[in-house]
Ligand binder design. Structure first.
Ligand SMILES: Cc1cc2nc3c(=O)[nH]c(=O)nc-3n(C[C@H](O)[C@H](O)[C@H](O)COP(=O)(O)OP(=O)(O)OC[C@H]3O[C@@H](n4cnc5c(N)ncnc54)[C@H](O)[C@@H]3O)c2cc1C
Length: 502
């Protein structure tokens, strides 16, 4: 028996040893960026590529799971802006079901239930909206004078905003933490909260919430199908990359099952969290200027906790804010979303899907990820009982908590531009190595980092650079061996983060 096992092991090892593949362009990751890169290559008639991903499906951080009788999006859920937003275009083209998202449709709660004075909540929200406009002007004038970047907290204080009541803290959380997934102390004024599009929207006309049973990644699957069959050998799913060896001639990738893939060029779309970790070995180790920039940016954690209840005991609001003293010190189950709001749930409430979603961010998310679902559920129940003091709130039938920070293929949810990171850091983060190993993905987009459309546009842009390398000459990429001083680039294009109704 033992001899048979040994024989099987040897034959497996031999077959693994002999598994070598060559390709022109290797795309690491089948998320939005990887698919977009492949599409651009394909459009240019460059068919010699391979896409590789450890997951069993495409879409990366755009993924869903069954919950109750419905499907809920664990990652990306909103299409931020319409106009020329490529994600909006795809959603329209592939008939994705979405519903308008209205951040003004919000109910205010505190430790004594629904606040009697809802008007106060609306007025304080309006006050914060006008502070956001001022933040943009302030950042603009500071950048023109070449002043150093500030934390958004310092800027808010200088402009006279202080979150010194639970309500103000909750409203700030909804506008800063819930968007950037980090508190104002962390966010750059110049590149995060103080950008003009946080007010107007780079892609205008409002945001949509995806409520399609096929999942948000349906549009990425459909895009892929326009140029590649899901069973094409060039799409290698369930394949974990463990090592990437690069030099000025080629890039060689080794997978966990011993497959060796040699490529003339590689486009790495792994998340910033993965690049900051040691989960994939890059050989040689990245130069210090690259590591400095990768480590200067932040990979945040944004956690959507789903709760299914036997009965719906809440109103028809889209959002609810829970303002209490703990909220004031970092956000404690502050932002609630009603998946039964009119037009929201994928299946009618009659199917028994009474679902609330509460979001946590940053260190709260990391704390929650270390707890069991039932421990988190108990904390949430205490909050809900305070929000609804007149009824007995029965525990949820089910609870779903994605753990993005712990996930070895992501190590977080999306990137944020922190105070202290300069434009030059971002250029270094994005710069290719040896003109062979290229970097794309959400974090590499200076304009739209954090967003799905940022990932898509970066994949396209980097694939075009690689096509230039193949056909003529690699384009020039700025990079800085030593970064000194502060940025003087005040003409950088705006980016969008707010969720405003048309
Ligand atoms: C909770 C959450 C909420 C979000 N909400 C929104 C939103 O509402 N709107 C919005 O626009 N954006 C949102 N985003 C951000 C958006 O999802 C991302 O910007 C986008 O999906 C990133 O795409 P990408 O291709 O750059 O990276 P990814 O999707 O991370 O793709 C990279 C791929 O690399 C693979 N990979 C990693 N390591 C390895 C390895 N060692 N071997 C093989 N494969 C590997 C991964 O499996 C993954 O598929 C959200 C993200 C999260 C997590």
């Amino acid at each position: 028996m033992k001899i048979i096992h040994l024989f099987l092991l040897i034959t497996t090892l031999i077959s693994i040893e002999s598994k070598r593949t060559k390709t022109k362009v290797l795309i690491l990751g089948a998320g939005a960026s990887g698919i977009s890169a492949a599409k651009s290559l394909s459009n240019a008639n460059m068919q010699d590529y391979i896409i590789i991903d450890a997951q069993s499906f495409i879409g990366g951080r755009v993924q869903h799971e069954a919950f109750g009788n419905s499907k809920v999006e664990l990652g990306a859920n909103w299409i931020y802006g319409k106009g020329n937003n490529p994600i909006h275009r795809m959603a329209t083209q592939h008939g994705l079901k979405t519903t308008p998202n209205d951040k003004n449709n919000v109910a205010f709660f505190d430790d004594f239930g629904l606040m009697k004075n809802q008007e106060k909540g609306i007025n304080t929200s309006n006050e914060f909206e006008s502070i956001k406009v001022k933040l943009v002007d302030y950042a603009d004038s500071r950048m023109k004078r070449q002043q150093v970047d500030l934390s958004s907290r310092s800027a808010l204080s200088l402009l006279g905003w202080k979150p010194n009541t639970p309500l103000k803290a909750a409203i700030e959380y909804f506008n800063i933490d819930w968007e950037f997934s980090e508190p104002a102390e962390m966010c750059s004024l110049d590149y995060a909260t103080g950008t003009v599009d946080s007010i107007t929207g780079t892609y205008p006309f409002g945001n949509e919430f995806v409520v399609d049973e096929r999942g948000f990644n349906h549009i990425l699957k459909e895009e892929l199908r326009t140029f590649l069959h899901l069973d094409d050998d060039r799409l290698m799913l369930n394949t974990l990359v463990t090592e990437v060896i690069y030099n000025d001639q080629n890039v060689t990738v080794i997978t966990s099952n011993g497959h060796v893939i040699e490529a003339e060029y590689a486009i790495c779309t792994f998340s910033l969290g993965v690049l900051q970790s040691d989960l994939v070995k890059f050989n040689p180790i990245f130069p210090e200027w690259k590591r400095e920039s990768l480590l200067s940016f932040h990979m945040t954690t944004y956690t959507k906790i789903f709760l299914q209840f036997k009965k719906k005991f809440w109103g028809n609001w889209q959002f609810a804010l829970y303002a209490n003293n703990v909220t004031q010190h970092g956000g404690y189950y502050t932002v609630w979303q009603n998946l039964n709001a009119p037009g929201y749930l994928f299946k009618p409430a009659a199917t028994g899907d009474n679902i609330l979603m509460v979001t946590t961010t940053d260190t709260e998310s990391q704390r929650i990820e270390r707890m069991t679902n039932s421990q988190v559920g108990n904390e949430i129940m205490r909050v809900l009982q305070k929000m609804f003091p007149l009824i007995y709130v029965e525990p949820p039938i089910d609870i779903l908590i994605p753990r993005w920070h712990q996930h070895p293929l992501f190590r977080g949810s999306y990137s944020n531009w922190p105070i202290g990171a300069l434009k030059k850091h971002h250029l270094n983060m994005r710069a290719p190595l040896e003109n062979r190993l290229w970097f794309a993905g959400e974090a590499m987009s200076a304009e739209y980092y954090g967003f799905l459309h940022g990932a898509w546009l970066e994949g396209k842009s980097v694939a075009n650079s690689v096509l230039d390398c193949i056909t003529t000459k690699c384009p020039f990429y700025e990079k800085y061996e030593f970064i000194t001083g502060c940025d003087s680039n005040f003409n950088s294009p705006p980016r969008f983060f707010g969720q405003f109704s048309p």
